[in-house]
Design a protein around this ligand. Structure first.
Ligand code: CAA
Length: 392
């Protein structure tokens, strides 16, 4: 029996910040963002859009009524939780109408959480082959105005339906993880934005990649030649490019090196327009690869490198399943181009707006007509979500 990703979906917000505009406003050379970070645009989420609405919007279009009967576990991986106690997965479970006898919970380790969630889902399906697990990687990456991380913000969610006999990717049982207790990026409970040791975080990312990859190759007797593509966590694509350069085996035939580089280019297309979505970034890269590469085929082995500051990293691999391309979208880039561009003052107001609650903990919101799901109000400190009805 194979276990892996049977369906994959993605949702982002309806607003976009063009990085040329940000560069002009901050007095930065636009090449620093387009060439130095390899970024073009960022998705900007308003107050009515959060990890719950994005997660539900990513999952809703990929799930059938039969899936909702078979899902017995919903995991939301996130760094940007909306409640210290109640899991976002419980809200999503309700919004999607998943059968009640399911386990729903949240998982956290910065940008690494979704990688752990996938392995837990795999173990669950091993025991319960007829069931399905919904894994959501949902985050809003907010560093703050005029910070070094500002051009690497973003918002979005990836949904993955994990099952036996999957139709897109079959996991190999080869995960190798590494934990190191470092303070490269962290967010105390009292802060809405992270504290970042920027250069140190990039060093930790690259060193975790190098050492975990060495251990992976040793344990599994595999090398770069065995892979058609390598997906990386994408805090911003330039760092992942440095990662690819670090692990590139110059003794490989030029043709294979070229294939790995072409597939890397395909894997960063969505992130270049969405920005960092923390724990979903690796899987946004995977989705971008699968939907834009012109050289992949069934049976190809793809490596995935997850990294979450703090820090936990993991490398694992999956093989493409015959017919995988039939379960993907061809219109994702065009859809991203339909987002509404924001001026700098509007970006600064919309992205950093906080709910203004009255003395009883109430606030109601508007302007979410274009969203699929929305945070419509907070009533006595309870978040109230709705599925937005579309007028035809
Ligand atoms: N034209 C072309 N390139 C230019 C340029 C210009 N005019 N000016 C600068 N650059 C290049 C620089 O040479 C540099 O490239 P190299 O790295 O190849 O040298 C690149 O642009 C970035 O410039 P700086 O080194 O000056 O760095 P910065 O001030 O822009 O900060 C950063 C970079 C520290 C990563 C910052 O974006 C940041 O703090 N980001 C948030 C933290 C982060 O993403 N860390 C990644 C690892 S942690 C992780 O992975 C978890 C996570 O998701 C957060």
């Amino acid at each position: 029996m194979t276990i892996g990703i049977d369906k994959i979906g993605f949702a982002t917000s309806n607003y976009v910040l063009k990085l040329n505009d940000l560069a002009a406003a901050r007095g930065t050379d636009p090449d620093k963002l387009s060439k130095g970070l390899l970024l073009k645009e960022l998705s900007i989420a308003p107050l009515t859009e959060d990890i719950v609405t994005l997660g539900a919007a990513a999952a809703d279009p990929i799930l059938t009524a039969e899936d909702k009967e078979k899902i017995d576990m919903v995991i939301v991986a996130t760094e940007s939780g909306i409640d210290q106690s109640k899991a976002a997965a419980v809200f999503v479970h309700g919004l999607l109408g998943i059968q009640p006898f399911a386990r729903s919970f949240e998982i956290k380790e910065a940008c690494y959480g979704a990688t752990a969630a996938l392995d837990y889902a795999k173990l669950h399906i091993e025991k319960h082959p007829d069931s399905k697990v919904l894994v959501l990687a949902s985050d809003i990456a907010k560093y703050g105005i005029n910070t070094p991380g500002e051009p690497t913000q973003g918002a979005g969610a990836i949904s993955m339906l994990i099952s036996s006999n999957p139709r897109i990717l079959a996991f190999n049982d080869d995960n190798v993880a590494q934990t190191r207790d470092v303070m490269d990026f962290w967010r105390p409970n009292y802060s809405t934005t992270p504290y970042v040791n920027g250069l140190y975080s990039t060093q930790q990312y690259l060193d975790s990649l190098k050492t975990t990859w060495a251990e992976y190759q040793k344990r599994h007797k595999l090398a770069l030649k065995d892979f058609a593509a390598y997906c990386f966590h994408l805090p911003y694509p330039k760092l992942a490019l440095k990662g690819l350069n670090k692990i590139m085996d110059k003794s490989l035939p030029q043709e294979q090196q070229d294939q790995l580089r072409k597939n890397f280019e395909a894997s960063i297309l969505y992130s270049q327009k969405v920005g960092n979505i923390y724990t979903g970034s690796l899987f946004l890269g995977l989705l971008s690869l699968l939907e834009n590469s012109d050289n992949l085929k069934a049976g190809d082995r793809i490596a995935l490198f997850g990294y979450g500051s703090g820090a936990v990293s993991e490398i694992f691999s999956a093989n493409l399943v015959e017919g995988y391309e039939k379960h993907l979208s061809q219109t994702r880039l065009e859809e991203l181009d339909q987002r509404q561009a924001l001026s700098i003052p509007n970006y600064e107001r919309i992205f950093f707006e906080e709910a203004e609650l009255d003395a009883e903990g109430n606030a109601s919101f508007s302007g979410y007509e274009e969203q699929s799901f929305a945070l419509a109000e907070i009533a006595e400190h309870q978040r109230k979500y709705i599925k937005v009805e579309k007028s035809s």
